[in-house]
Ligand binder design. Structure first.
Ligand code: ZN
Ligand code: ZN
Length: 89
């Protein structure tokens, strides 16, 4: 893990791919510039950073057609094209 040390308070800040090349405010209010992470740094490729969860697929209990919804919709009530309302698992 690449770290940057604040020259003022000496605290260390982890340089995550999200912070790469950006200016970050330290807890002591000092603005620090994060170094660019190299593209071959394995930390650049992180599934969690993409922020897109794969869609859930499940069959409609009435017409049995397969419905695709985003994982964020889980627990919500949706309506199938056949008119059946159901709760997303
Ligand atoms: Zn600081
Ligand atoms: Zn249906």
């Amino acid at each position: 893990m690449t770290q940057v040390q604040c020259p003022v308070c000496k605290s260390r800040i982890d340089v995550t791919p999200r912070l790469s090349g950006r200016k970050v405010k330290c807890r002591c209010e000092t603005i620090l510039r994060m170094p660019e992470l190299k593209l071959d740094d394995p930390l650049i490729v992180q599934q969690s950073d993409i922020g897109q969860s794969p869609p859930i697929e499940f069959p409609c209990p009435k017409c049995a057609q397969s419905l695709k919804i985003q994982a964020e919709m889980s627990g919500q009530v949706i309506q199938c094209s056949c008119g059946t309302r159901m709760r997303v698992p």
